[in-house]
Design a protein around this ligand. Structure first.
Ligand SMILES: [Zn+2]
Length: 261
């Protein structure tokens, strides 16, 4: 499931390929009944406009201009944004929304399964506030992180993935952060000492930045990261313990049974 690094990689593709081109058409694809897409009036707002900038907040991707409107995209489980050239490239499969720019350039919102959506909004700030997301995981300050996570009465994993606290960390990267800090996912967040929370903050930033740097290409990540061996019964590359799995807050959590406590 896409998290902050995937959203950032998708944002960069729009930034590289779709800016400063007049939008000629914005149309839904086939079989879109299960997915939230803009209606006729919203789509009409895009036509004749250009995207001149992009933005990302947590897992949300935005493209628009100073005066708006903007598209806001949530990739859901399997979504992606793919710029391509009509006539040269084939339209991606499972395209649920298509924006055609002047010339041959187009942007496909691919979303083979449920939960992704695309909206037309006035500004990123307003939409983030309307949804109620917390600060972006790469923007939040250390003291705010300590307060928000340390003030949570519940499992630390659940606190990390709660988008209303911090936006961008999901199931995969919360496990990685806890693996590196050596804390089991169901430890109570408000029982962690301040040093541990500060360390966790640094690890979160380091990990997310490193993944963003690879454009979310996990094959480039170090072999001793949990993500490379996140499977029940695998050996922990850190300590030789065993990777275990348990449900925490309704989510499947992976951890090492030896170096995490
Ligand atoms: Zn271990």
């Amino acid at each position: 499931m896409p998290e902050l690094p995937e959203a950032e990689a998708n944002r960069r593709r729009i930034e590289d390929k779709c800016l400063n081109r007049t939008i000629e058409e914005a149309v839904p694809g086939d079989n879109v009944t299960y997915i939230e897409l803009p209606g006729d009036n919203e789509r009409a707002r895009l036509v004749g406009r250009q995207f001149t900038e992009t933005h990302r907040h947590g897992k949300l991707i935005f493209a628009g201009s100073k005066t708006g409107p903007w598209i806001c995209v949530h990739l859901g489980m399997t979504g992606s944004l793919i710029p391509f050239d009509e006539g040269t490239d084939e339209q991606p499969s499972a395209t649920k929304f298509l924006i055609r720019f002047e010339g041959d350039r187009a942007l496909a919102f691919r979303c083979p399964r449920k939960l992704g959506w695309l909206r037309v909004v006035d500004s990123p700030e307003e939409e983030v506030e309307r949804i109620g997301f917390g600060p972006d995981a790469l923007e939040i300050g250390e003291d705010d992180f300590v307060e928000v996570i340390g003030g949570t009465n519940g499992a630390v994993k659940s606190a990390l993935i709660e988008q209303k606290k911090i936006a961008g960390v999901g199931n995969l990267w919360s496990d990685e952060i806890l693996f590196d800090v050596g804390i089991v996912p169901d430890r109570k967040a408000n029982e962690l000492d301040e040093d541990t929370l500060r360390k966790m903050y640094g690890v979160m930033r380091d990990r997310l930045r490193a993944v963003v740097k690879t454009n979310a290409d996990y094959s480039q990540l170090p072999d001793d990261w949990l993500v490379r061996h996140r499977k029940k019964g695998e050996d922990c590359r850190r300590c030789g313990g065993t990777i275990r799995n348990k449900t925490v807050g309704g989510r499947s959590a992976y951890y090492c049974d030896r170096h995490q406590d």
